[in-house]
Write a protein that binds this ligand. Sequence first.
Ligand code: XMP
Length: 525
Amino acid sequence: LILILDYGSQYTHLITRRIRSLSVFSLCISGTAPLKSITDLNPSVIILSGGPHSVHEPHAPSFPDGFIEYVESKGVFVLGICYGLQLIVQRLGGEVRVGEKQEYGRMEIEVVRDCGLFGYRGIGDREVVWMSHGDEAVRLPDGFEVVARSQQGAVAAVENRARRFYGLQYHPEVTHSPQGMETLQYFLFDVCGVTAGWKMEDVLDEEIKVIKGMVGPEDHVICALSGGVDSTVAATLVHKAIGERLHCVFVDNGLLRYKERERVMKTFERDLHLPVTCVDATEQFLSNLKGVVDPEVKRKIIGKEFISIFDAFAQDLEHKLGKRPGYLVQGTLYPDVIESCPPPGSGRSHSHTIKSHHNVGGLPKDMKLKLIEPLKLLFKDEVRELGRILEVPVAFLKRHPFPGPGLAVRVLGDVTEGNALEILRQVDEIFIQSIKDAGIYDSIWQAFAVFLPIKSVGVQGDQRTHSHVVALRAVTSQDGMTADWYNFEHKFLDDVARKICNSVRGVNRVVQDITSKPPSTIEWE
Ligand code: XMP
């Protein structure tokens, strides 16, 4: 296992992904996790991520006491990236100073001695890398050597081969460091002697084993199916592990898209052969959301309502089976976990939780059902791959993600006001259908419409109108952690906007969202 300790860099998850793409399993935990969390995982390599802090800040996040002794006694290789390098230097007795030479962006570095890190290169070799640091290592701990320097002469890479400590001042994980992957690959395979071999088939076997071990032979499990990729793959996997003792429920919370319930139920029966009960809870959800405008409050309410429905479903099953199901399957993904639980002491924790994904942050503490989250360590594209192995129909795997809180986070403000939900459903359907007709659905990570709680003046059929504004959002992304807005052809946008205003009553203006993530998030709430 390659363990990444997260100190809050926006690129940390990329390190995890890059290493997994080399068929090596990697996991990321908070950089301030206690020593036991690290030793329990028994990593062969530990990577300390970058972060927005300076090691001189009074409460600068750091690895726990005993960390150095642990890695040295076990022979664990340690690589510090950016802030991670500075932590190593400072904690091992060197000196880090607020840099005279702040370095941001593309930069050239030069290998200055024979070394382990750049063993595939020669002295004098140069490469372009992505730097982003203010502080600088000015004196190295005993036994450490500078192995590469930046154009400005600053320390770009260090190592202490005997003690197995390495450090890169730049970010090898970003694509702006074109040879970064090669460096990571060489470090893992040649320097640390890691062997590749992590496959999605292994994940499947492992998860099935874990679920079988967790759920007793008499226990029953319930699963909330949303019709999306994650819950479908999670349900199929659990079904493979425990068969008929899995009971699926599909909740119509009144926040679904146009004809979603009918469409999804039909596909479950026809293509998936999973037993699914449909519960109509529209009234329950919408009455609890009435008057609520705060996005986080909405998310928490929805999470709570879902759980109360699952509890009721479990109770019904108890009557039927004579035993109450004790487990709930959720399709929680790794990005949900990362974004809902930023590491303490990291920049992200200071800037608050970004969103409480209803299946992570929004669960009530007194929930009786125990959670089974077989996808908790996977990114979306990895889940799709797992789905392919499980022979989940491609139509499911290719579906755009849809958030658990549904249209509630796409109607800004009170979702129950007027006919906002109905308008949004119609607009969204026109938009998505047009995207499918244009043959570009699969090139887009996610597309949807947003209902704005404002009205604007228009003129329709020679009459002044004062109607609603809707926004169209479409993005491309690898994993939902970062995203770019999708660049439609003007003719396409023109057709869609015209169609929406001509056929959806109550809308007289269509705008397009052209922000990436960051600074925006994909959903508007
Ligand atoms: P954001 O808006 O945070 O979204 O950039 C990233 C991805 O996550 C989806 N999303 C959710 N999925 N429960 C979910 O299951 C949620 O509460 C939730 N909120 C956002 C979003 O649609 C995008 O794909």
